[in-house]
Design a protein around this ligand. Structure first.
Ligand code: CMP
Length: 144
């Protein structure tokens, strides 16, 4: 099963990409696709469309367009739910010890990593960043 993560611009800018990738690999995730992306405002607005009515939407779009992020298609059993556990709560002050956000996030907004919150959103978000890849292709043994 697949999920979608983004190492966010705060963590990429602070040089924490490698440590976070190591953390994800140690948690059993296989990196099946990766792409360094500088989102445009239109792309970030579309990606976070479900949050459009929330007060943090505009600052979130500004932050996500402030520098490159690393989009990842990750594979593991129970990938969506497991990645949510591994990254920890949205607010690093509330994240469990040893989670990615507790270790690397600065704040609720600059929180180092995004993870899809359902299998449906994982499929939508993978297609958003890797439109040229079929989930089936990502699932093939030996796929990179
Ligand atoms: P993410 O997993 O990328 O999904 C939505 C993002 O909105 C979330 O992580 C946070 O970075 C950001 N955000 C900013 N403020 C809030 C808030 N008050 N509640 C939830 N998410 C917030």
């Amino acid at each position: 099963m697949f999920t979608l993560a983004i190492i966010k611009p705060d963590a990429v800018g602070a040089g924490k990409t490698g440590q976070i990738l190591a953390h994800l690999e140690q948690a059993g995730f296989k990196i099946r696709a990766a792409r360094l992306v500088r989102l445009s405002t239109v792309q970030a607005e579309a990606f976070y469309e479900v949050h459009r009515a929330r007060p943090f939407y505009r600052p979130l779009v500004r932050f996500m367009t402030s520098g490159p992020g690393l989009a990842l298609a990750l594979e593991r059993d129970n990938a969506v739910a497991h990645l949510r556990v591994v990254i920890g709560a949205t607010d690093p002050a509330e994240a469990q010890p040893g989670t990615v956000r507790q270790l690397y996030a600065e704040s609720k907004e600059r929180n180092a990593i995004h993870a899809a919150d359902s299998p449906e959103n994982a499929a939508r978000e993978i297609a958003f960043f890797f439109p040229e890849r079929e989930l089936r292709e990502l699932a093939a043994p030996g796929a990179s």
